[in-house]
Write a protein that binds this ligand. Structure first.
Ligand code: ZN
Length: 658
């Protein structure tokens, strides 16, 4: 591991706290040191308060901040003297400790200090850095880990046996440090947890971390335990997996009690790991460092027997909950990591971001396990220690802080014709309400419509059934299933009287407005049937279904046929709990087909201004794509949970429709 320190960059950060921010970010950039909120750092600064008194303040990482992106506001200032006094108490409960930390800050608006604040305070060095370095936990999670740590570091570090983070750990560290630290001590290794480094200035403390971790990496490399090769995995060819994945997702969501996304990772590394003969032994022990448990659960599910997994989880809860000091409420028993020889690694989350965090953590876990195995055998902490962290009040608080999830959290929507107009507005509205969204369009720019992890844009000609099947397969591999379908893609051809309407043109319009939607419905049914909260479909019809216009025979007839198709689907699929409703928009002018010129010419044709033309309805109101998207998301949501086969106009009121 190389130091990322750069004098020029460092010069842009001012003062002791500025440099604390700088080297914290350097640690955060190194994924093999800390992942997603893991690790913490601090600096001790002498300050003058409002009364003119000098005080030592510990600036320690606030909870909820990530080292990679931390700013000065992410450090909580706590009075040092109080922290030292606290460290001398015989005991301190977690809620008491949090209360003491919060009430001894010098800035009421600062975040809650890290639970490791007292530990940072008792280390008698200005800068303190703490990570869960992969290389170090690879070594400590082995049978003779402590001996190996001694071998690597001699007496440059103080070694602390595993104890749960919080007050007891701080106390133990204070004792051991007082007894064992000397002039040459540059770090502290916490067995099965991570490593601390410290120093008089930001650079020294940071570079000691890099040096200590490098020594562990070299130790592993010298024993062929750093880059551990895996055999090539067995390939399953191009077999469609969407039905199996969607079924697995339903079972996992049912076990959780809410819908979850499932993201499949089928690269050769994940497949090879999931196909190992010793998978059961090496993965059914526990995480590499305890705080991963709140993201990954203690154990991954091997294969697809969700019921067996939840039974085992209940047994685990019932075994350890009675030993806890306070009564505990069981968390959902659903797995977050699934290892399957055919599916590779599958990770679950209420959002694509959450599932990605789980995947990041477990990728590192796989490497750590492989390294520890190469060293002689992975050995994680006993289940009770992991339980204590999983059901720790303070970890629970981190999760609660996330608040209640958005309405479509954990659900997947697919929208056709999604690159512009109503389709594009639907994609935005659905993303905003927490759904993962797959946008299909024939336009190439569909792929870059959004950067969010919860969005997948696919170029697809929906009149090609093979392309539709491939799009569904990609959607399910990315997000795990399909809950909502918005059939929006359609053609609005130029005005053409029947005497001039050739059959080729007629068929072309029908292929897109009708046939494509039949294929989409037919191919989606098996997936919608597996939706944890039941499938929903919204069909974008047209005012022309009820009130056709001259010159629009192909359009009006195809939309009327689509309307009838949707009604039959509502009848046929009600038994599967799938709802199908139709919206009939009219005069939505902010779509691709309505250019300024066309608008002006249509307005002129009716002897109106453009403004009058846009609002020529009973309510004299303009209808936008967004208005239609709001109605469509409402139809997909709980308000309409008891409605199917309905047709709802969104046209500002039309004389021939009313
Ligand atoms: Zn830690």
């Amino acid at each position: 591991m190389k130091s990322r320190w750069n004098d020029e960059e460092a010069a842009r950060y001012e003062g002791d706290l500025g440099l604390r921010v700088y080297t914290s970010r350097l640690l955060g950039q190194e994924k093999s040191l800390v992942l997603h909120g893991g690790g913490n750092t601090s600096v001790k600064i002498r300050e003058r308060n409002l009364l003119g008194e000098e005080e030592d303040i510990l600036y320690v990482k606030g909870s909820g901040w990530d080292l990679e992106t931390i700013a000065e506001a992410g450090f909580s200032p706590v009075r040092m003297q109080h922290l030292i006094d606290l460290s001398r108490l015989p005991t301190l409960s977690d809620p008491q400790m949090v209360n003491e930390l919060r009430t001894h800050m010098t800035n009421a608006a600062a975040p809650t200090p890290s639970v490791e604040a007292i530990l940072h305070a008792i280390i008698p060095h200005k800068y303190v850095d703490h990570t869960h370095a992969d290389a170090v936990v690879s070594v400590t999670n082995t049978r003779d880990g402590e001996q190996r740590v001694r071998e690597i570091y001699g007496d440059d570090v103080v070694i602390i046996p595993y104890i749960m983070p919080g007050f007891d750990l701080a106390r133990l560290c204070a004792e051991r440090f007082a007894a064992e630290a000397h002039e040459g001590t540059i770090g502290m290794v916490l067995m099965n947890h991570g490593i601390f480094s410290f120093g008089p200035d930001a650079r020294t403390s940071y570079e000691r971390m890099i040096e200590l971790v490098s020594r562990a990496e070299e130790y592993l490399a010298a024993r062929d335990a750093w880059q551990v090769p895996q055999p090539a995995p067995q390939s399953y060819g191009e077999k469609a997996l969407r039905e199996e994945i969607a079924r697995l997702r339903r079972e996992i969501s049912e076990a959780a009690g809410f819908p979850l996304l499932l993201v499949s990772h089928r690269d050769s590394h994940c497949l090879a790991f999931a196909q190992r003969d010793d998978l059961e032994r090496i993965t059914q022990q526990g995480p590499a460092t305890p705080d991963h448990v709140i993201r990954t659960k203690r154990l991954p599910l091997l294969g697809r027997d969700v019921a067996a997994y939840t039974r085992t989880y209940r047994v685990y809860f019932e075994e350890y909950a009675p030993q806890a000091r306070e009564p505990k409420t069981m968390l959902d028993p659903a797995p977050r990591v699934i290892l399957d020889p055919e599916l590779g690694m599958v990770t679950a989350g209420r959002s694509a971001k959450e599932a990605a965090i789980v995947a990041d953590i477990y990728r590192h876990t796989m490497d750590i396990i492989l390294r520890a195995e190469a060293l002689g055998g992975y050995q994680a902490l006993p289940a009770k220690d992991i339980f204590d962290v999983e059901y720790w009040d303070l970890e629970q608080a981190k999760l609660r802080k996330a608040g209640s999830p958005p309405p479509f959290a954990g659900e997947i929507a697919l929208v056709t014709g999604a690159a512009s107009g109503i389709g594009k507005a639907c994609v935005e509205a659905l993303l905003e309400q927490g759904a993962a969204v797959v946008g299909l369009d024939i336009r190439a720019d569909i792929q870059d419509l959004h950067e969010k992890p919860g969005y997948l844009g696919l170029v697809c000609d929906v009149t090609d059934e093979q392309q539709v099947r491939e799009a569904l397969e990609s959607a399910v591999r990315r997000f795990g299933g399909l809950d909502m379908l918005v059939l929006n893609a359609g053609a609005f051809p130029d005005s053409r009287p029947i005497v001039e309407l050739d059959t080729t043109h007629w068929h072309k319009v029908f292929r897109l407005n009708l046939d494509a939607n039949l294929a989409l419905l037919r191919e989606s049914h098996v997936l919608l049937k597996q939706a944890p909260r039941k499938g929903r479909v919204v069909v974008v019809g047209s005012k022309n279904v009820v009130a056709p216009g001259p010159g629009a025979a192909a359009y009006s007839a195809s939309k009327a046929a689509l309307n009838q198709l949707a009604r039959v689907a509502a009848l046929e699929w009600a038994g599967d709990g799938i709802r199908i409703n139709t919206v009939h928009p009219d005069a939505v002018f902010d779509t691709g087909i309505w250019t300024e010129e066309i608008l002006a010419s249509r307005a002129h044709h009716y002897g109106m201004t453009v403004e009058q033309y846009k609002t020529k309805n009973l309510l004299k109101t303009e209808i936008t794509s967004q208005d239609v998207a709001v109605l469509i998301t409402a139809l997909l949501g709980p308000i309409f949970s008891k409605t199917t086969g309905a047709q709802i106009p969104i046209d500002g009121g039309h004389e021939r429709v009313v």
